[in-house]
Write a new protein. Structure first.
Length: 65
């Protein structure tokens, strides 16, 4: 089963006798457009420090993705 209840996921889980602990987090996003395309594809990178509210992630997107 997939619980796609979003902010209401704990209430959806409770309907099935389960407890689910989630909390909101704030994230910022920046999109950078380059004058020239890179000659390679960058991997998606995530640097997350659980519980400290810090971290960084970035990914390469091509037009149409």
């Amino acid at each position: 089963m997939v619980n796609a209840g979003g902010a209401w996921a704990p209430q959806v889980a409770a309907l099935f006798g389960q407890r689910l602990h989630i909390w909101p987090e704030r994230h910022e996003a920046v999109v950078i457009h380059l004058d020239e395309q890179l000659g390679y594809t960058m991997p998606m990178v995530m640097d997350l420090v659980n519980g400290e509210g810090t971290g960084l992630n970035f990914r390469h997107e091509k037009p149409g993705e």
